[in-house]
Structures are given as structure tokens and as C-alpha cells.
Write a protein that binds this ligand. Structure first.
Ligand code: PMV
Length: 326
């Protein structure tokens, strides 16, 4: 059987940084994110008796042996669960070209989870899909449900999954993804998560996060953008303070990143409602409400150093589509 799935990348407002269980990819804290409409992965999986191994193709990208092995290992786990013996042909394509510094593991493993389980005849619930995607790549579990998504940290594999707390239409936010770096990450998030406890700020972050979570969710529910944006930005800085004080330290920003951060602070003093958040990379996610989008875009377009901008609205999660990649 052949199946194609589409899954969005997501941007974390409350960040996942550090695990309580490496093997099961259980996070040290719950996290909260928004699915991105214009940054997504399409994946087609077909099981075929004529194959004597799994065939993995990435359209328009060269992929390392390590990445291919990770996908094959993940497919094997789904295969043994399904009871199907035949191998799979997998083709995958990102809406964002590799080399733009956008992490593709969340959308990639979410799309692969849905396409592979469907192709192998497994009809899983959203919760089961989210758990499975988490085992591929932690933040991928948040790309399964629709819109605005909470990943409950849980204490076991069965209790650590993501669910939607609001549909994409709940709040017309915009995430202007400013691509400022065309390089791949030097240090993978897998290695980064492993080093968190070496940061002297780590324990304090863990204690502080419960309060951040409730304040952020309150501002979100009230659609109080000024409050929400400030909490999101502070939370981003808190995670980066941990990253930068880990051993070895992880410093992901470049000079355009910090220039943008400064500009955004400055625009706010002029009364413009705009905030930012940054994941494990140099790219800046500029956040505003849709009613202020053209004003913010006008300001961003006046800056140099940004290679590309992608305007994202909240989007639905992973779903099956009818058009196949082969
Ligand atoms: O899912 P991973 O292992 O790529 O980790 C994601 C880590 C951050 O992007 C920095 C934060 C997050 O919650 O997405």
C-alpha cells in the first residue's frame, strides 16, 4: 500500500531543552508550540514485496548516512509493530530547501510516522501517532495535532505525547521566519539535550518553568499579545542562557540574529507589537498579530542580512494527502 502524509514544522513558544530519558526521548519539561503553515514535509511510503531493503530518497537534498540510518531504524520499529514483512520505498520533500538552516526533523518524523503507519495498515489514534513520532525526534510529536499544541512531558512513553489546545483559527498570529544563516547546525539538538545538566542555570530553569507555563497559557487564552510575546521572548532567552552556559557551550546565533533582536526591542519602544523567538539555530522567528503584519514586514524589508523571509500562519497538524511523490 502507498500513502503520502504532509506535516508542518513547529515553533516552540515554551521550549523543550533537556530530557529525563534519552532512549525514550522523554522531555524534562512540557512544551508548547504552533504549527507553521509554510514550512512542511511531504513523505510518500510504499511497502513492496519486490524490495530487498528499505529505499530512502530525499528530493533535492543530499543526506548523511547517519540520517538515513535513523530513518531506517525508525521504519523497522513501525514494521515490527505492524507485522508486515515487506520493505518500504520512502521519498520525502521539504517546502524549505536544506541549507536554509530550518530544522526538518520535526516535520520529517511527523510525516514519516503518519505515512509509514498508514502504508503498513496501522490505524493509530492521534495520541499513538504523537508518541511514535516522539521516538523519532522529540519535537516531531508536536507536529501531529492541529494548531497550537502542548506536549505533556509525562513520566512514561505512554504518557508523553502532544495534544491540541487550540485550533489554527483560534488566534491569527504570524511567525515571520527570518532566515539569516544558510549553514547546517554544527551541533545536533540530540547532542545539545545531552549536555543540559552541565549548565549551572539548568536547575533554576526547571524550577522556574511551571510558573512560565501557567503565565504563558493564561496570556494565550486571553489573546493578550503584549503579555504573551514578552513571556515567549523571555523563555527563549532563558533556554539560550542554558545552551550558552552548557559544556561545551552552544552558541547558535550570528550577527544578523543579534541585530534583529536589537531592532525588535527598539521597535517595541516605538509602540510596535512585535516579539521574537529562536530555536537551536541562528534564524529568528518574528512574531506579530496578522493585523500588524504589513507594518512589521515593511520594517524587516528595510534591514540587510536577512537571506529569506517565510510568513507562517498557524496550521493544522500531520494529515494524509492524495498526491504521491512517486
Ligand atoms: O526535537 P529536537 O531534538 O530537535 O529538539 C528541539 C529543541 C528546540 O528546537 C531548541 C526547542 C523546541 O522545543 O523545539
Amino acid at each position: 500500500m502507498k500513502c503520502t502524509a504532509k506535516a508542518p514544522a513547529n515553533i516552540a513558544f515554551l521550549k523543550y531543552w533537556g530530557k529525563s530519558d534519552d532512549l525514550l526521548r522523554l522531555p524534562a519539561n512540557s512544551s508548547f508550540s504552533m504549527n507553521l503553515s509554510e514550512a512542511f514535509t511531504l513523505t510518500t511510503v510504499e511497502c513492496s514485496d519486490s524490495l530487498n531493503r528499505d529505499v530512502i530518497e530525499f528530493e533535492g537534498e543530499t543526506v548523511s548516512e547517519k540520517e538515513t540510518h535513523r530513518v531506517i531504524g525508525f521504519l523497522g520499529a513501525i514494521r515490527s509493530r505492524s507485522g508486515i514483512r515487506s520493505f518500504s520505498h520512502v521519498r520525502t520533500k521539504n517546502s524549505f530547501p536544506k541549507g536554509t538552516g530550518i530544522a526538518s526533523s520535526a516535520s520529517g518524523f511527523a510525516a514519516l510516522t503518519l505515512a509509514a503507519t498508514s502504508a503498513m495498515g496501522l490505524a493509530l489514534s492521534e495520541k499513538e501517532l504523537s508518541i511514535l513520532a516522539r521516538l523519532g525526534s522529540g519535537s516531531a510529536c508536536r507536529s501531529i495535532p492541529d494548531g497550537f499544541v502542548m506536549w505533556e512531558k509525562g513520566t512514561t512513553s505512554e504518557t508523553s505525547f502532544a495534544h491540541s489546545i487550540a485550533q489554527p483559527t483560534f488566534w491569527d498570529l504570524r511567525d515571520i521566519l527570518c532566515i539569516v544563516d544558510s549553514c547546517m547546525k554544527k551541533i545536533s539538538t540530540t547532542d545539545g539535550h545531552a549536555g543540559v545538566k552541565t549548565s549551572p542555570l539548568w536547575e533554576e530553569r526547571m524550577t522556574h518553568l511551571a510558573q512560565v507555563e501557567s503565565a504563558m497559557l493564561h496570556a494565550f487564552t486571553e489573546k493578550n499579545f503584549s503579555l504573551f510575546g514578552q513571556i515567549v521572548e523571555d523563555e527563549c532567552m532563558n533556554m539560550h542562557a542554558v545552551m550558552q552556559s552548557q559544556s561545551p557551550p552552544l552558541y547558535y546565533w550570528n550577527e544578523t540574529t543579534t541585530m534583529l533582536m536589537d531592532k525588535i526591542h527598539g521597535w517595541r519602544t516605538e509602540g510596535i507589537e512585535v516579539y521574537y523567538t529562536i530555536d537551536a539555530g541562528a534564524n529568528v522567528h518574528v512574531l506579530c498579530e496578522s493585523k500588524n503584519l504589513s507594518q512589521v514586514m515593511h520594517l524587516l524589508q528595510g534591514l540587510s542580512g536577512i537571506l529569506k523571509m517565510v510568513i507562517n500562519a498557524p496550521s493544522k497538524g500531520a494529515h494524509v494527502v492524495n498526491e504521491h511523490l512517486f
